[in-house]
Design a protein around this ligand. Structure first.
Ligand code: T4K
Length: 405
């Protein structure tokens, strides 16, 4: 239902637009019959983990799709980051963007390395290569950029900096499955790249991740490290952990890969619809994807410029939540403000103003196959109504006890 009067907003006493909550990160489920057939096959085989047929097929299909020599499936992307960094022999400091999921710096910290937070470019939301270079010290061993929202970061500049300073370059491509940079799918850049197949990602294996690389020796080390350092029976060659992807997860991953074109099409359709609906609404922008590149359109991200919209990002999140649209503020307030970092590193090495700006204005709307275009129209109409009547919206929110901030 399209609401046309402020009185109709749930925050002011109207019925919520949606009877059931719409989540950011609702999984794309794919074809259940195919999934159940794969699960049955795995049960019949009695082969449930340790490089089983589903896992091998998943790796093979991913490597072919991404045009990369090696794809090693891992139990999740966080462990994938840890294994990749260990296998690359990182030491000392690793430069990470400040605006990312906690998993990125946590994986560095977990290994006993020091994450050094780097500012982002407020236009792209990705790590700023010039800031990254300025943070390099004799202790730096690597740069770990993130392709946030699936929009590739400045790979050329980062590769050049890493090469010149003899640093390792590991991309956190958790958001960027099938996204391309200058026509080439991410996956084969830097020394290695990491993908996530968590339930909330565009392609999911329940929990899951992968490391891709064109480096044979690195792939071999990662392969051993993900299975306790084993090479063959009774032969442990190096330190290792348990990073294996089980067969049920891989079966879900394969089923998700089958459905991926449909998932991406649903994302793209919703992204375009939201951009169309919100065009001309002051202070509200849907982030752009470069349509000359390949994108998965998984993240439907809005930027709210409160001074132009007259309504703050937090007020809009509050209003939408009352409508049963559980919009999120990923990745507020920026890694340096989360523990343990704000205690361990209370004085960031360089200003993080890009993060501060972007963290204050972004919000994510639900997207994916669970969201229809009609639902997008309903969500955007709520935003439009609140912004078109901004002074009254804010006055009534304040009177009702909160603007959400
Ligand atoms: N690098 C980057 C850049 C990342 O974004 C992430 C993870 C990683 C690395 C590490 O990847 P993994 O180790 O997870 O493979 C979620 C995800 O758990 C996490 O994978 C993701 N990024 C992060 C951005 O989002 P939360 O804390 O937001 O999850 P949660 O529980 O709030 O779920 C999000 C929404 O999804 C909820 O509103 C409900 C809905 N949901 C969730 C699940 C799991 C469902 O509807 N069904 C479900 O099964 O972290």
């Amino acid at each position: 239902m399209i609401k046309t009067r402020l009185d109709e907003l749930a925050v002011f006493g109207g019925p919520p637009s949606f009877a059931h909550a719409l989540h950011v990160g609702r999984p794309n489920l794919g074809d259940r019959a195919k999934l159940f057939a794969r699960l049955n096959d795995a049960l019949d085989r009695g082969w449930l983990s340790n490089h089983g047929p589903c896992e091998q097929e998943f790796e093979g299909r991913l490597a072919a799709m991404l045009g990369v020599k090696h794809c090693l499936a891992i139990c999740n992307a966080t462990v994938a980051l840890e294994i990749a960094m260990r296998a690359m022999g990182l030491t000392g400091e690793v430069i990470v963007p400040d605006f990312t999921a906690a998993a990125t710096p946590h994986s560095v910290q977990w290994l006993g390395l020091t994450p050094v937070f780097c500012d982002i470019d407020p236009l792209t939301h990705n790590i700023d290569p010039r800031c990254a270079e300025a943070l390099i010290t004799p202790r730096t061993s690597a740069i770990l950029p993130v392709h946030l929202w699936g929009r590739p970061c400045d790979i050329e500049a980062l590769s050049e900096i890493a090469h010149r300073h003899r640093l390792k370059l590991l991309f956190d491509s958790s958001h960027a499955l099938l996204c391309s940079y200058r026509g080439q799918k991410v996956g084969g850049f830097g020394h290695a790249e990491i993908f996530s197949f968590h339930a909330t990602k565009v392609c999911n294996s329940l929990e899951g991740g992968a490391i891709t690389t064109n480096d044979d020796a690195l792939a071999d080390r990662i392969d051993r490290m993900r299975t306790f350092g084993f090479r063959g029976a009774d032969n442990v060659e190096c330190e290792g952990t348990n990073g294996k992807l089980d067969e049920f997860s891989a079966a879900m991953g394969l089923t998700s890969l089958d459905g991926l074109p449909d998932f991406i099409e649903a994302n793209r359709r919703n992204w375009r619809r939201a951009a169309h609906d919100l065009k001309g609404v002051p202070g509200v922008e849907v982030i752009a994807y470069d349509e000359n590149e390949s994108n998965n359109y998984h993240y439907l991200v809005l930027e709210i410029e409160a001074s132009r919209a007259g309504v703050s990002r937090d007020a809009l999140v509050h209003i939408l939540t009352k409508e049963n649209v559980l919009a999120r503020r990923h990745f507020y307030p920026g890694c340096h403000r989360w523990e343990p970092y704000r205690t361990l590193y209370p004085h960031p090495r360089a200003p993080l103003t890009g993060t501060e700006e972007v963290a204050a204005r972004v919000m994510q709307l639900p997207n994916g196959t669970a969201v229809s275009e009609v639902a997008i129209d309903t969500m955007t109409s709520v935003i439009q109504l609140a912004v078109e009547n901004a002074p009254e919206t804010m006055r009534r929110l304040t009177a009702a006890g909160g603007t959400g901030s």
